[in-house]
Design a protein around this ligand. Structure first.
Ligand SMILES: [Ca+2]
Ligand SMILES: [Ca+2]
Ligand SMILES: [Ca+2]
Ligand SMILES: [Ca+2]
Length: 210
């Protein structure tokens, strides 16, 4: 069923952006990634989350990494009423998001059920494949020594001079990397990224070989 007719995403987005311009509240609480309503999984609870949910539901938009996080009302279903309630909360002082209740991870459904950033991590790895857990110290200052809020960390595989993004981590200083093959040497580095998108120099290299 299409609720918004055949004209695509424009009416939904335009309506929400108009609301944002006219009615945005300035007294919203800070949100971490795991807050009900934070459907797009960033560090903010805002109208972009409502747009993200509506586009997923009605216009083939990106699938949420973690469905429970989109369930603003906490009733176990994702539907338009979650987006409506979120917008009412953001712009009209409506009811606050429901407490986020996360189920345990379920193997094999292609979803990050427990919202820890890993999909299907409870599935046993295939033969010859293993996972490593990387942890690092929290970054709290920039290179000049001033206090700095990190928006996310990025873990890269290094292959010579090339680097490939392996994981983006928000609100934590740990990453689980899966699918590593026995007998292959892997080199990792971690960077920190601030809210403006500035990325730090890489950490020391860490080499993993089993
Ligand atoms: Ca968000
Ligand atoms: Ca719901
Ligand atoms: Ca998970
Ligand atoms: Ca799963």
């Amino acid at each position: 069923m299409r609720v918004f007719g055949s004209s695509g995403t424009r009416p939904v987005s335009a309506a929400l952006l108009l609301c944002a311009g006219l009615l945005a509240r300035a007294d919203l609480p800070a949100a971490g990634p795991n807050v009900a309503g934070n459907c797009n999984g960033d560090l903010r609870l805002d109208l972009a989350d409502g747009v993200f949910l509506l586009q997923f539901l009605f216009t083939g938009g990106t699938r949420p990494e973690c469905r429970p996080r989109c369930d603003f009302e906490g009733d176990g279903a994702l539907d338009v009423s979650d987006a409506v309630a979120l917008i009412a909360y953001l712009v009209q002082g409506g009811a606050s998001p429901a407490p986020l209740v996360l189920p345990p991870e379920a193997c094999g459904d292609g979803e990050d059920n427990d919202c820890d950033g890993d999909v299907d991590e409870t599935c046993p790895p295939p033969d010859g494949v293993y996972a490593v857990t990387l942890a690092w110290d929290e970054v709290t200052k920039d290179r000049t020594g001033r206090s700095e809020a990190v928006a996310e960390y990025r873990v890269y595989f290094l292959n010579g001079a090339a680097r490939t993004l392996a994981s983006e981590v928000k609100g934590a200083t740990i990453a689980v990397l899966r699918g590593l093959r026995l007998g292959v040497s892997y080199t990792f580095v971690v960077t920190a990224v601030d809210a403006a998108g500035n990325e730090s120099a890489p950490s020391e290299k860490l080499v993993v070989l089993r």
